[in-house]
Design a protein around this ligand. Structure first.
Ligand code: GLP
Length: 241
């Protein structure tokens, strides 16, 4: 495990973007596993800036996102589809047919999980998976208690996660369920890049990286990954021994 300490938000974005850019440069047709939330926004902005300067080319890159709310239309403002198009896809030369997310409107959950698993496998697996971390130690939407052995599945969101994401749902109507890559799907990625900022993440980060490996802290399994890079700010690292 490598841990890089970022001195501020911009430094965190640049460090993480450097790592992801290196992946794209070394393997132009790489498969990137992408994440949503506040944490990766700066990283995506930095990638866009380097693309505009001519330093990055996304024309062969393929992407698979970690998760999507069940029941959410792709063109709904709170969907993770929309988030990805706004923050990254529409701003770089990625091909629309090469970006993949779970389909929130799929009529049957089991079929959708199988389909999305097959998408990931069909791409040959993930070269680099980007992760944020939830205040309860979740990754993707793998909530505490989730089996480590799962691939793509549909989860009931915990109250803690609903509260943390409530800010994105001003009408208060947050979905109860989401599709997520499972821990097994995440752990199968060749490289993992975890980013965390702010003191709200300090407890989850310390427990995940230095505590016992337990399904109660889903991110703790990352200790067993052989190519994990963490980029975090001082606040997020403040409870690390
Ligand atoms: C959501 C997402 C996670 C993300 C987490 C933290 O629950 N499903 O993938 O890591 O939020 O988000 P933020 O970066 O906004 O704190």
């Amino acid at each position: 495990m490598r841990i890089y300490r970022a001195k501020d938000e911009q430094d965190l974005a640049r460090k993480a973007a450097n790592i992801m850019s290196a992946q794209i440069i070394m393997k132009p047709d790489c498969v990137l596993g992408l994440a949503t939330g506040a944490s990766p926004v700066g990283l995506y902005n930095q990638l866009v800036e380097w693309y505009r300067k001519g330093d990055l080319d996304f024309s062969c890159v393929r992407t698979v996102n970690l998760d999507e709310y069940k029941g959410m239309a792709p063109d709904s403002p709170q969907s993770y589809h929309m988030f990805m198009w706004e923050h990254l896809f529409s701003r770089v030369n990625i091909r629309p047919e090469r970006v993949f997310l779970p389909d929130g409107l799929a009529p049957d959950s089991n079929t959708e999980c199988l389909r999305y698993n097959a998408v990931i496998t069909g791409l040959g697996g993930i070269d680099m998976q980007l992760l944020g971390i939830g205040v309860n130690g979740h990754i993707g939407f793998n909530e505490p208690g989730e089996e480590f052995a799962k691939e793509v599945h549909c989860v009931k969101l915990t109250e803690s996660t609903k509260q943390a994401n409530q800010k994105y749902f001003p009408d208060g109507r947050m979905p109860d369920y989401a599709y997520t890559m499972g821990i097994k799907s995440i752990m199968q990625a060749k490289r993992i890049l975890l980013i965390a900022k702010g003191e709200k993440k300090a407890k989850a980060l310390a427990a995940s990286l230095q505590g016992p490996i337990t399904p109660e802290i889903p991110a703790s399994i990352l200790q067993l990954h052989n190519d994990l890079t963490v980029v975090a700010d001082d606040d997020a690292l403040s409870l690390m021994r």
